[in-house]
Write a protein that binds this ligand. Sequence first.
Ligand code: ADP
Ligand code: MG
Length: 732
Amino acid sequence: MATLRFNSLKEASSRKAVKIEKEPNRHSELYCVNVFDREKMRKYISKEAFQGVVNSIDDGTRIDRKIAAQVANGMKLWAIENGATHYTHWFHPLTGSTAEKHDGFFDLTDDKANSFEDFSAELLIQQEPDASSFPNGGIRNTFEARGYTAWDPSSPAFILDRTLCIPTIFVSYTGEALDYKTPLIKSLSVLDKAAVDICGYFDKNVTKVISNVGWEQEYFLIDRAIFNARPDLALTKRTLIGHASAKDQQLDDHYFGAIPERVLSFMKELEIESIKLGIPLKTRHNEVAPSQFECAPIFEEANLAVDHNQLLMSLMKTIGRKHDLEVLLHEKPYKGINGSGKHNNWSLATNTGVNLLSPGKTPKNNLQFLTFLVNTIKAVDEYNDLLRASILTESNQYRLGGNEAPPAIMSVFIGEKLTEVLNEIEEKVSDKKMTPDEKTELKLDIIGKIPEILLDNTDRNRTSPFAFTGNRFEFRAVGSSANCSSALIALNSAVTKQLIDFKAEVDKILDKHSELKKDEAIFRVLREYIISSKKVRFEGNGYSQEWADEAKKRGLSNIVDVPTATSAFLHDKTVKLFEETKILTKRELEARYEIRLETFMKKIQIESRVLADLAINHFIPTAIKYQNTLAQNVSSLTALQIDDITESVKPQIESIKKIGKHISVIRKEVKEMVEKRKEANRIESIEKKSQIYSADIKPYLESIRYQIDKLELIIDDEIWPLPKYREMLFSL
Ligand code: ADP
Ligand code: MG
């Protein structure tokens, strides 16, 4: 008997939804109760200090020591009044998750006679966790092991589990970024400046442009007991074996269906706790695959949105456990059914309240809209490889191109109507000075009608990795487990560079041709961009083979292999982009490249070890057991010496042979895979090593799995040791 499997199923089926204590009447009452937001700051610090923090958030001015001391004191008072005993700097190392090191407020006087609660400006502003235990891509070898975290005033502190968490950046002692937040903040600041400069063509009142992000988080849930009965899920977060369930998502009966009771209870608690922490969760629903769900907040400023997504992912895990649920954030936990993504909805908004990716009422506003639209398209075309590198990871590779997620070809979808507008500009704008009639036609007939066409633009293309959806772009290729920063740093940098180049070109034309109006110069450059970036635009079915063929003809790359795709981090063009925009140095890029390859390689190594263990210690013994049962059956039947007995034992003998074949292939392949690993591990260069892991070791994961999944179809269900797909997918 497969005791662990059957016990876990029994445990799962006996569970009831966990009741939530104190369900609030209104979520709005709970918003930010655990956050040291502006409202609380006003109460706990002086007017002067408050203004200092606000200026720092809005204009990036430095906060001086005196003000920091006041903020620290105010934060401490508020935190202690609200039950916090500890504080921590909370940061995003390149592991992709968050890190924290707690210290107590508790302290003693020098003579140890009295105790008190302490928290100073020094402790707020800076701490020194040991950088050597976090991925650093060799930065610590050449420089110093020490790293420090520094307060990010633009993301408010919050209380979680009686600990005051202070969002910080994490850099090496020599100033290199060791985290996601540092380059993200830099990218937001250069993008702000580049976009403000462009807005200067249209509206001089624009002095700040912020980037807004709304992510949609997809995930799977599974009962905790069943999860624990699967070593592959527990150690790699995805199933390495398991034959498809007879029924999974083919009837489309899960999407937007009634949410199971246990899940709803989990979602409610998640929402309550999220809203208290300032994460404005708004949407929840079932996703396409069985046991797959999604939640999404109201969009926020990008840096805050990223912090909130990181916080949400860790909240999901802890709250999930209270409900005996395990949250699977892996992009592809189950083979053959939909994986999980995290759409990043991205737009740019001005301090004057204009969304630059939303068309306005006047032709002037629409020209501004077109400028940002076309420059973003051009940026995706120019930095295609970088964008792919920013989202392609070991786990996301199983999802991309899987006919439920966009392919690894980075294209842009803008809808039929906007395509028409761009086509018209392409045809009607010329290098010659336009006549007044031509100008009117362009302005009124072509771009004047944009708002109307977008109002009823229900065009949606789910198969595009980067789609325009009416007032924002949706970067859909981002993986569900990813820190959004990686994708956003790439996107912000690319768009920044594009906007800078655009302005230089427009200004050059204006310098040369003083007779031209600004609009005409803008039109000319836009037209050039529309033509030169045309190949990246695609409106059809991104899942189809025709698109892969067509993309190849257009010269768009289609790289699924992680080491190859990741090498885009080191392309000259990428280095130039990041150095010019001062977001990352070459050294930092090299470090990031190395870390990504290292993580990729280690993940395959772990998967390969787990699979070998499952194959040799779980499935081969089970297969032999069943083979013996069959052999016994054959010999007892044969001993009966009745007529036709050879005929009736034939199927059993066939099965014995089949099982034998599978066993021997599994043994052979596991041995080869282990040998290849040993060979690869002797190689120094991480580049070569990860290539071998990708090309020579990863394929064994599939081929060994194939054999085990075939065994699952032959062997007695009673003795199959691990929960099956139908049991995992329908456990809730
Ligand atoms: P979908 O129809 O794609 O499922 P939703 O209505 O669920 O879209 O919204 C997806 C996310 O997009 C939400 O987080 C929402 O706040 C965000 N969003 C909406 N408008 C914008 C915008 N202008 N900029 C950035 N994000 C936005
Ligand atoms: Mg969406």
